[in-house]
Design a binder for this molecule. Structure first.
Ligand SMILES: [Zn+2]
Length: 238
């Protein structure tokens, strides 16, 4: 809420909102001088009578504040992307932009997704490579020497070839599935980062404008006080 001391108004007329025309209690009325220039310009576009000495109600001021942010974020066609919309909503409600993306992402994973992740993780480990080499080596050795049983897959190991190619055929799509999920997770993280950055930028921008506005208001008030002081001194000196 941005409020500054109202410029002294002549007459005891109760202030009316320039947008909705309702008459306002003194403590709820926001004076023209307390509205930031960017928002002031926006109100002036719709209501040409908006000038020094005008008032606006907090609700309408909030509407215009949201509109100024919306205009800042919308593209050339005036459209707002879903990500930007979420950021604006969170600014309005004061909520955090999104929950931690990893948690949201894992909550949505189906049984198949989790299975693919696990298989891909195992398929890309040294455990898999070593145990697989061991199995292949044993298979070849036992089928060549015939130590434990009568060889069922003699050189050149046609059955082993079939097993290996089947395994490769199954593993490839599982890895692709897992990669796709990883990409989706990265995309989600990037979107979340973008939204957090955008929100921070908007908040900082608003703070800047508020401080600039406060400073300019303060100097105007000081000047007014100085003038008043000078008048008093003039009156006191005989
Ligand atoms: Zn109003």
């Amino acid at each position: 809420m941005e409020r500054a001391d109202a410029p002294p108004q002549s007459g005891a007329k109760s202030p009316t909102c320039v947008v909705c025309g309702k008459s306002l209690r003194q403590e709820r009325a926001v004076p023209w001088a307390a509205v930031r220039p960017a928002i002031s310009a926006l109100i002036g576009r719709d209501h040409p009578q908006w000038s020094e000495g005008s008032w606006i109600c907090p609700e309408d001021l909030e509407t215009y504040r949201r509109r100024s942010l919306r205009e800042l974020l919308s593209d050339a066609n005036g459209d707002l992307g879903p990500l930007e919309q979420e950021v604006l909503d969170s600014l309005r409600t004061g909520d955090i932009v999104t929950a931690a993306p990893d948690i949201t992402f894992d909550e949505r994973a189906t049984f198949g997704d989790r299975m693919a992740d696990r298989v891909a993780a195992f398929g890309g480990s040294w455990t898999f490579i070593l145990s697989f080499s061991l199995v292949c080596g044993l298979w070849m050795m036992l089928n060549v020497t015939g130590w434990l049983f009568k060889p069922y897959d003699a050189y050149p190991f046609i059955l082993l070839n079939l097993v290996l190619s089947t395994l490769a055929a199954i593993q490839a799509p599982i890895i692709m599935m897992s990669q796709r999920r990883q990409e989706a997770r990265d995309r989600m993280r990037a979107q979340n980062d973008y939204q957090v950055n955008l929100k921070a930028e908007l908040e900082v921008r608003q703070l800047h404008e508020k401080i600039d506005h406060q400073l300019s208001q303060q100097s105007t008030r000081l000047e007014r006080l100085e003038r008043l002081q000078e008048k008093l001194i003039e009156r006191l000196t005989p």
